[in-house]
Design a binder for this molecule. Structure first.
Ligand code: CDP
Length: 806
């Protein structure tokens, strides 16, 4: 390259590095139908597996007769728990340290639980086989309400552990009790409440919902009897973890297990855990000697694979009359369904819920969480969230609004009084976290100015007067939310799943012509990693992003990593990418020094190569250096230019944001309209502003869905009544509001490029903004708290309960 003929700006622009709105490279194949998803995997002789599922939420299995099913043309095998017992796989470990039935063993514990696995030559034959399996059930009493789980006369659900005295986190209080987890200083907190001038107490429930990605959970398992090797293509957010877990439970050596996550159509936490479908497909492939495919349908996905939330949070805040918070006390009743299949790091049975002090400087706090079993599907996954952060943010953001209402204070004013101040960072929270960086005052002030918050409050006051005069039937709500997240698990000393420590990795290999390939332990499910990871390398190494191929998801080639969920990819793998690049760069500098016949210290980095200090014309580009690395390395130096980094973060990152929702509600119909939604996010250094905006749009849409209608609901008999998209709210472009996005930049001090995660922030901050808008709208009519989801019906009911309509 003749570097003198192009400007610095042109050289930088050519890289498309960090900060550039680079177009998503993966979209070329996605928008042309050229993606390669699990269901695109078609192998010779492939069989199809499908489940017989229980219509009962709680029943004893008296018999399973598979004779008729085995006579159905095309059906080759029907697996039951008895068959799996011979290979010790009737039960499997969950990620939370519990065990879960792979196929119903003696009883079923939730509606649509897997009872038998039918293997057939095609999906239709498998379905006919399912209908021909005869199962005799004896119905048992059903337990749906978690508030009755520990009643003395509650039916015992988990008979397998009914006499177990201790759970993973202390003594069990009842056969349906899973764990109690407490954090914080109880005595100090109780004392703060005794002294408090003002207190609030409210049961704030975060209902049961579901990540429901467009592509459901699925896999293809192929066991090669000759080589003793198992290959699994699956919708796995964490392929290496799946490989290790399969090795541990199957006893197949880890190097003979190949896990491949091809393109994934959305994960949102749904594709982190292990499901019976994976085990049954692997066993069926071993038994039949043929590849076996299992593809969940929508109803199966919604009703049997991991749900999210179902947290019932009794929230108390103590404060002074002037609105300074003095204590926080929260008790959570956590409904985990039939098996504790939460995907939380082992030490944290309620995930990172102890971020519940939020963005506020609480001098003391105490948290207690009780996990209980019910006759509902297992799970408790982080649906676009970092291990229960969403629940915590909802809890504190509703709590602060309820306190503001009691004090007669504006919710923004209350927040401003209690925010952690910039000079307090790194900030140690009362419940044990060290927040890395933040500037909350600047963010909320930018929000207030941009939306003209004072003007909106004036308009609301006028509308309220007009409503009282009977001139309008519309009420207006302003939903303020200010969230602090905690993303990027590890560090490995604190965070592990089933003993597997949480860190992440990157391997970069540059080729002689100056192009390269980079592989990570993460796995994109739509977040655009192929685009953004190359941008980090482009800036660090001065190689155009277009010349770097990004590969994730194949355990044979990718370095070991813990995968993608909880917005951990940028904080952890993003750091590993920068660190691997810096190792490559250090070697490149030695090569450049040799080429330019100077000492390494006499060189300086300049956009896309090294230059001799003070002699701008003496320059070697990374392209030149790559060629030399292979073809003319310095004497004694190994040829090649590559490096791997395993990055164990020293701390998590703490992104934050200020959101405002402006909503109008017609009290006579309950119909709401989101008039305006403003979202300011601070995720530290921004790698790709366009992708960040896309992540925020997607996360806000999911937050809107959850807050305004999306719910997995059970009737009292344990039937799922929202088991399809007919009943489970899935907003389309028609319902989805317009999003206004904004940002501030407060880099993380410990991350090599200062970046924090962003993928889940809009879901975490969005839900309280919507809910606070609805609650704010109704507050002048005497309401304190209305439970989510706020669909038209519930809004109408709220108006009725408040006596606004007859
Ligand atoms: O772990 P996950 O990929 O779901 O979440 P993330 O780390 O927040 O990243 C989501 C997407 O946003 C990725 O493509 C990131 O590279 C991008 N991102 C960014 O451009 N700048 C940031 N500071 C954070 C994320």
């Amino acid at each position: 390259m003749n570097e003198m003929t192009v400007t610095r700006e042109e050289r930088e622009a050519k890289l498309e590095g960090m900060g550039c709105k680079r177009k998503r490279v993966e979209d070329i194949r996605f928008t042309q139908g050229k993606g390669n998803y699990v269901d695109d995997v078609k192998l010779p002789g492939m069989l199809h597996g499908d489940f017989v599922r229980s219509p009962h939420p709680h029943a004893r299995i008296k018999s399973i007769d598979k004779d008729k099913a085995l006579k159905v043309p095309g059906v080759l095998a029907v697996l039951t728990a008895e068959d799996l017992k011979s290979v010790n796989l009737a039960w499997m470990p969950t990620l939370a340290g519990d065990v879960q039935m792979v196929l119903a063993d003696d009883k079923v514990l939730f509606q649509n639980q897997e009872v038998a696995f039918v293997v057939a030559t095609d999906r239709y034959a498998a379905d006919d086989g399912i209908n021909a399996v005869e199962v005799e059930y004896e119905a048992l009493p059903v337990l749906i309400d978690p508030f009755h789980s520990m009643d003395p006369d509650a039916p015992v659900l988990r008979e397998d552990i009914k006499d177990k005295k201790d759970g993973a986190h202390g003594p069990r209080k009842h056969p349906n009790h899973i764990f109690e987890w407490t954090v914080g200083d109880k005595d100090l907190t109780d004392a703060a409440f005794r002294k408090a001038e003002v207190t609030i107490k409210e049961l704030i429930s975060y209902h049961r919902t579901h990540p429901s990605p467009l592509e459901t959970c699925q896999c293809v398992c192929s066991f090669d009897k000759v080589k003793g090797e198992l290959t699994i293509w699956g919708t796995f957010q964490a392929p290496h973890v799946i490989r290790t877990v399969v090795a541990l439970i199957s006893k197949i050596p880890e190097h003979k297990i190949h896990v491949i996550s091809p393109d994934i159509g959305g994960g949102f936490g749904n594709k982190v855990g292990a499901y019976p479908g994976y085990i049954c497909s692997a066993v069926a492939s071993i038994v039949t000697g043929k590849p076996v495919k299992w593809v969940e349908d929508r109803i199966e996905n919604l009703t049997s694979t991991s749900f999210a939330r179902d947290y019932h949070m009794t929230t108390e805040i103590a404060a002074t009359k002037e609105g300074m918070v003095t204590g926080l006390r929260v008790h959570v009743l956590a409904d985990h369904g039939a098996f504790d299949a939460c995907a939380d790091p082992s030490k944290w049975p309620a995930g990172f819920f102890n971020i519940v002090t939020g963005s506020y400087d609480f001098p003391t706090a105490h948290l207690a969480v009780d996990g209980v079993y019910t006759n509902k599907a297992p799970g408790g996954v982080a649906y676009r969230c970092s291990f229960r952060v969403t629940e915590a943010a909802y809890c504190i953001e509703r709590g602060m609004n309820i306190l503001a209402q009691k004090l007669g204070m504006d919710p923004v004013e209350l927040r401003l009084k209690n925010f952690i101040r910039p000079e307090q960072f790194p900030y140690h929270s009362a419940l044990g976290w060290e927040y890395d960086s933040g500037d909350y005052h600047t963010a909320i002030k930018k929000m207030m100015e941009t939306v003209d918050y004072a003007g909106l409050r004036r308009e609301q006051a006028e509308k309220r007067d007009a409503f009282k005069r009977g001139e309008t039937r519309e009420i207006m709500g302003l939903g303020v939310s200010f969230f602090t997240e905690i993303v990027g698990a590890g560090p490995s000393k604190n965070c592990d799943i089933l003993g597997i420590a949480m860190f992440d990795s990157c391997e970069i290999r540059l080729h002689p012509t100056g192009a390269g390939i980079a592989r990570m332990g993460t796995k994109s499910q739509g977040q655009g990693h192929e685009t953004t990871w190359a941008q980090i390398i482009a800036t660090e190494l001065g190689i155009p992003a277009d010349d770097i191929m990004i590969e994730e998801g194949n355990t044979d080639t990718a370095p070991y990593g813990l995968g993608t969920y909880g917005s951990r990819s940028t904080p952890v793998a993003g750091a590993a990418i920068a660190m691997a690049a810096r190792k490559v760069k250090a070697k490149a500098q030695m090569i450049a020094a040799y080429m330019l016949e100077v000492h390494e210290d006499d060189l300086e980095w300049d956009i896309d190569g090294f230059r001799v200090k003070g002699l701008p014309e003496r320059f070697k580009s990374m392209k030149d250096i790559c060629w030399a690395a292979y073809n003319a390395p310095p004497p004694g130096m190994e040829p090649g230019l590559e490096a791997v980094s395993y990055y164990d973060p020293p701390n998590m990152t703490y992104p934050f944001g200020a959101y405002l929702c402006v909503m109008d509600i017609d009290v006579d119909t309950g119909v709401y309209k989101v008039r305006r939604f403003y979202a300011l996010d601070d995720c530290g250094t921004r790698i790709n502003p366009m992708i960040i905006e896309g992540q925020v749009h997607g996360g806000l849409t999911e937050a809107f869905a959850i807050a305004m209608g999306q719910e997995i609901r059970y009737d009292n008999d344990g039937n799922v009544v929202t088991g399809s998209f007919m009943d489970f709210f899935m907003p389309t472009a028609v319902e989805t509001p317009h999003w206004e996005t904004d940002f501030t930049v407060t880099p993380s001090p410990h991350h090599p490029i200062g970046a924090k995660g962003v993928g889940e922030s809009p879901n975490v901050g969005g839900v309280p903004a919507f809910s606070n808008a609805v609650n704010d709208a109704f507050s002048f009519l005497g309401s304190t708290h209305i439970q989510m989801p706020h669909d038209f019906w519930r809004n109408w009911q709220a108006a009725k309960n408040l006596g606004v309509i007859a």
